[in-house]
Design a protein around this ligand. Structure first.
Ligand code: ADP
Length: 377
């Protein structure tokens, strides 16, 4: 009669060996009571890099880092396994070639008839899991730092803007007081100077408002009340605001927004803010005689407002970066145009937050066209 596998003691012993010998994902080996290696499986060879003949008889402390060895960790683990039946550890271990791997180690005491005869040790290589975890943690840390830095920057800008506005308002107030002659008569020349003081004050205030606006948009604290915005009416409103500035520079404004049916689904005040910014730029950067035209239309599923001028145009290498904050074409320290270079950055952020965008098309010497697109109502 033939014995089926596992029936006799020898069979079971053979199968058990086969099991240990087949495992490649775990290092499974035995130690004597002193911690010397007495068996070795292919998993141990794969993970630790030693062949059986190289390690049999050696002390298992060779797998520990220098620091752990100096701290007596190998002996401590054996003592714990002897006392509690098992000791588990997750730490860096060292391969034959000196490289480190993140190991999960379980040491179990082997007891026969109340006598400790050695230890069984199972080691897993968790380096991949560990590095993935470290990467996730590192990514999270970087993100948190970036967010904190962003918040700090926004808070700083907000505080700074508030601090700057208070004295600026006082400057305008006292200039007005003097201009009105309340402190006594002012000569025509003095009145002229006072008006210049006020112009500079307004100019500075506009820059600070831009800064404040920009930091608010960046920190996500801007609320949008989305409604149906009739484009022709918005164009009318904005053109009447920019009228005096255009007239003073002898720039002709043309209202070509004829279709009164066109409407956007957006925040009305912000649409006007963006349009005013585009028109202000067209007037600000163009010489006398320039024609600035505003028109509306459909652009695919969106509605679009087009602000075109026959002004100087923008060099092609600047067409994208004019939308970056603090960018002004041809800016130098002494001769900067009005503004902080935030207008287009703010406008595009606002447009995008409302589900739209701003694009530009320009040719130096011929003019520029800015298109504000928004979801149609
Ligand atoms: P600023 O506050 O300086 O006006 P913007 O962000 O509004 O900043 O504009 C950035 C730059 O883009 C301007 O400094 C100017 O060089 C250029 N620019 C914007 N609009 C026009 C335009 N219509 N024609 C020519 N250049 C323009």
């Amino acid at each position: 009669m033939q014995a089926t596998p596992g029936e006799t003691l020898q069979d079971r012993d053979r199968l058990f060996r086969l099991l240990v010998e087949s495992v490649r994902d775990y290092a499974i080996f035995m130690l004597d009571t002193e911690g010397r290696i007495t068996s070795w499986n292919p998993g141990a060879q794969r993970i630790k890099g030693y062949a059986a003949e190289e390690v049999l008889g050696r002390h298992f402390s060779i797998f520990f880092t220098e620091a752990d060895r100096a701290a007596g960790k190998p002996e401590a683990e054996l003592r714990k396994a002897a006392a509690d039946g098992r000791a588990e550890d997750e730490a860096w271990r060292v391969r034959r070639d000196g490289t480190a791997f993140w190991a999960n180690v379980v040491i179990s005491s082997l007891v026969e008839e109340d006598r400790l005869i050695g230890y069984a040790k199972v080691t897993r290589d968790l380096t991949e899991r560990m590095t993935a975890e470290l990467r996730t943690r590192e990514d999270a840390r970087r993100l948190a730092e970036a967010e904190a830095a962003d918040r700090a920057k926004s808070e700083f800008l907000t505080a700074l803007s508030h601090e700057l506005r208070t004295p600026l308002n006082a400057i305008a107030g006292y200039a007005d007081l003097l201009l009105l002659g309340i402190r006594g008569p002012v000569t025509e020349q003095q009145a002229d100077d006072l008006r210049r003081i006020k112009l500079s004050q307004q100019h500075l205030l506009a820059i600070i408002n831009d800064l404040l606006n920009y930091s608010r948009i960046g920190s996500g604290t801007v609320n949008y009340s989305v409604e149906r915005v009739a484009l022709a009416a918005a164009v009318d409103a904005v053109l009447s605001m920019i009228g005096p500035q255009a007239a003073a520079k002898e720039i002709e404004l043309v209202n070509a927004a004829a279709d009164t049916q066109l409407a956007a689904l957006a925040d009305g005040a912000k649409v006007q803010q963006v349009m005013l910014n585009l028109l202000t730029n067209a007037v600000k950067y163009s010489p006398a005689g320039t024609v600035v035209t505003v028109s509306c239309g459909m652009a695919g599923d969106n509605v679009a407002v087009l602000v075109s001028d026959t002004g100087p145009g923008i060099p092609v290498e600047h067409l994208e970066n004019i939308f970056e904050p603090f960018v002004q074409v041809g800016r130098t320290l002494t001769s900067s145009h009005e503004g902080a270079g935030l207008g287009l950055a703010i406008s595009r952020d606002l447009a995008r937050a409302m589900g739209g965008d701003i694009t530009v098309d320009s040719e130096p010497g011929r003019g520029s066209s800015f298109t504000l697109s928004l979801p149609a109502a």
